[in-house]
Every structure is written in C-alpha cells, then in structure tokens.
Ligand binder design. Structure first.
Ligand code: PLP
Length: 414
C-alpha cells in the first residue's frame, strides 16, 4: 500500500505568494479600470544580457552538430564554468582557498538549498533566522525535521528571530538553543539587511565552537555597494571549515527562467558520521549529486560562463544599478511618508512599516485598495515580520516611479 509523505499534510495549506496572487486577482476583477503595480514580485524585469543570448545561440548550434554535440556532462558542472566562478568570484577577490573542485554548478539556488538536507545526519536540528525565505523551513519540514507545529513555529527547528528593535540583525543562538545547521541569508531576503564582517565572523566563530554547519545563501551578493560588507562568507576566518555558500545567477543576470547557480562546498569542510568516521562534505555532496542529479544543461552553462566575460560583468553591473535605482526611489518615497525603512541599500528589497498599528495583511489590503500597489506581507516570512511589508526593486523603472508617486501623493493610504 502506498502512503503519501505526511509532512506535506503538515505544511500550512496556503502558501504566502499564492495568497497574495489571489488577493490581487480578486482586486483586479472588482476594479477592472485600476492599474495594479506589482511591487511584490521576486522575479526580475530586465531581459537576458546580449552576451548571454549570443553564448546560448552558439552553444545551441554546437549541440546540432555531431562533432560538437554534448550529451551527459559532469554532474558537478563543466570545468570551464567552475573555473570561471572560482577565479572571478573568489580568487580574484582575495579568497585564496576556493578552487574549481569546491564549486558545484546547480539549476538554481532554491533546489540546492532544499537538497542540502540530504547530507544532514538524523537528529540534526536546523536553526533559521526569521523573517526568512520560506525554503529553509519548508524543506526541513518535508524531510521530517519539523516536529510539531505550534503557534507559527516548529518544535523541531530553532527559530532565531531578528527583530525590529535590533534593526533585524540576527541574534546568535542563546545558550541552550541547539543550532546544528544554521541558515543565513545576506544580503537578506526579505529585510534587505546586511552583515558586517565583524558580525559574520561571530557566526563563523559560533559554528566552529559548536561544530555547526552554516548554509550561507548569498543570492544577492552582487547588490552590495557599501564598502567593507563581506560578499562571501569565506571572507571570515575559518569559514572554509564550517560553511557552504549558495549562489544564483537569477537576480543579477535575469536567469530566473534559464535556471543556473552554484554551491561552494570546500574540501576543507570535515565533519563526522554518527559512527565517528570522518565525513568530507565535498565528497558526500558530490556523491549526492551523482546519485540524484545529472547536471545542468550545456547551453545553460555556456550562458552562465558568458557572465564572466568583461561584457557579462558590465551587464550585471548595469542590471544591479537599474534595480538599485528603483530601490532608492522606493526608500525615499517611504521615508517621505514617515515610514520606518530597512534595506534597499545593499539589496533590492525595501522592508518598511508605516506609522500605523495595522498588521501586515491589513497594510497589504490598504496599499492594494487605496493605491493599487501590491506588496508582500512581512508576516509571511515569520511572525516577527508582522506589521511590515516588503517591496522589491525588480519592477521596471517607469512602474516603480509611478508607484512612488502614488505613495507620495495619495493621502491616508495607511
Ligand atoms: C530568489 C532567491 C533564491 C532562488 O534563486 P534561484 O537560483 O532562482 O533558485 C535563493 N535565495 C533567495 C534568498 C532568493 O531570494
């Protein structure tokens, strides 16, 4: 008799983004004349850079000739891309220890963030800084590590709430809190906050002292503009002994539909199995990938390689500047109406709380009904996000400035 995975039944019925989409659809149907501006979108609006499209076309043409056809490739990714990543994103930035052997090309950050759970031993307790990108918690719940849901939390997961009083900076686990594997995301989605090297070093020191593993989601690394903010966790001393870093080409180069990213699992990352024998995480992640994954398409990897040419670097710089101009407009419009605003400086997310006692969903409704602007309710990322909304810089410049003008000129939105 087949029985379905009960954990699917434990996850909350409605998913944040589908609730938002439904409310927008209802509003549009009731108000066909009003133009809703989507400021909730986590998808990008700029198309692929020209150099990427050219690389894809060349690679597609190669695939059509027997002399240059590519079938199954290495599960870890082609050397040309792993080497470009290691050289450009690490060695040339002064991070010495990372080489092509430590890089695993993926079909995007989200799958790897979820799949990494395959290498956790049984009994490992995850710790998540909230508000959080949902996959960290949901993938652990589906894998059976959630325990019992109680009051918006899971008994099997340690919640590390980042609160408005501390500018949404993540608190180190208190004494007595177990954090065997720690998910960190900086620059942060949804709050747009960043960690200084000092603060990041404290997390690395904590992980080393407690033999914890850090999974560092740096999907927004390219958005950092403030000098001194670390772009990689490996800028912190000892991180190559306790951290896996996950990155994506989605938000910087329009790869949300192309699907490519990479995960860094340094060969120096050594933990133990339950029987006490040594476990090289690089080796077991490689084994996991070879068992369950057949690699990313050749055409896609050539497309990603193009991002490491001078034209590719320039295209990323232009994209980031475009979205960050949007974020800056949003920030100033929101500051102009007296809201508390976080983020939008080193990340494309602007996280805000207007002067109001309303909860996130009430704020969401007001913004939609009075200004026809959609947002993402902060509470959807964790309960400390209640009373806050997230706007993104990913829409077009024209629609972002229209949204800002509505924010500034419509009275009593909140
Ligand atoms: C968008 C996003 C990702 C997912 O990226 P893909 O590579 O498209 O899967 C991962 N982490 C965070 C925090 C994101 O916002």
């Amino acid at each position: 008799m087949f029985i379905a995975n009960q954990n699917f039944n434990r996850l909350p019925e409605s998913y944040l983004f589908s609730d938002v989409a439904r409310k927008i659809k209802d509003f549009r149907e009731a108000n066909p004349e009003s133009k809703v501006i989507r400021m909730d979108i986590g998808d990008v609006s700029l198309p692929l850079p020209e150099c990427v499209v050219e690389a894809m076309s060349r690679a597609a043409a190669e695939m059509g000739q027997s002399a240059s056809f590519h079938g199954y490739g290495p599960e870890q990714g082609y050397h040309f891309l792993r080497e470009a990543v290691a050289e450009t994103d690490y060695r040339s930035r002064g991070i010495k220890g990372i080489s092509a052997d430590d890089i695993f090309i993926s079909d995007g950050a989200k799958s790897d963030l979820a799949n990494l759970g395959d290498i956790f031993g049984s009994g490992v307790r995850p710790a998540v800084v909230t508000p959080a990108y949902p996959v960290y918690i949901d993938s652990n719940v589906l894998a059976g590590r959630g325990g019992i849901p109680e009051n918006g939390r899971w008994s099997g997961i340690s919640f590390l709430p980042a609160r408005p009083e501390s500018a949404f900076l993540p608190p180190l686990p208190h004494r007595g809190v177990t954090a065997d594997v720690i998910y960190l995301c900086y620059p942060n989605n949804p709050t747009g906050t960043v960690l200084s090297l000092d603060k990041l070093q404290k997390w690395v020191d904590y992980a080393l002292a407690n033999k914890s593993l850090i999974i560092y989601d740096s999907a927004y690394e390219a958005y950092i503009s403030t000098p001194g903010i670390p772009h990689s966790i490996y800028e912190a001393e000892g991180a190559d002994k306790c951290a896996i870093e996950v990155r994506s080409f989605s938000k910087t180069a329009g790869f949300t539909g192309v699907r490519c990213g990479y995960t860094v699992v340094p060969r120096s990352l050594e933990f133990t199995f339950i029987d006490g024998t040594k476990a090289s995480l690089n080796r077991i992640w490689c084994r996991r990938q070879c068992t369950k994954f057949n690699g990313v398409g050749y055409v896609v990897q050539r497309a990603a390689e193009a991002l490491y040419t001078p034209e590719g670097r320039e295209a990323i710089r232009r994209n980031v500047a475009y979205y960050m101009d949007n974020a800056a407009l949003l920030r100033s419009a929101l500051l102009g109406i007296g809201a508390d605003v976080v983020g939008g400086v080193d990340a494309p997310y602007v996280w805000f709380r207007p002067k109001s006692e309303l909860d996130s969903w009430q704020l969401f409704d007001r913004l939609l009904h009075r200004a026809a602007i959609s947002s993402t309710p902060g509470v959807g990322f964790g309960k400390e996000g209640d009373g806050w909304l997230r706007l993104t810089g990913f829409n077009t410049a024209a629609l972002t400035s229209e949204a800002c003008s509505r924010l500034s000129h419509i009275n009593d939105i909140f």
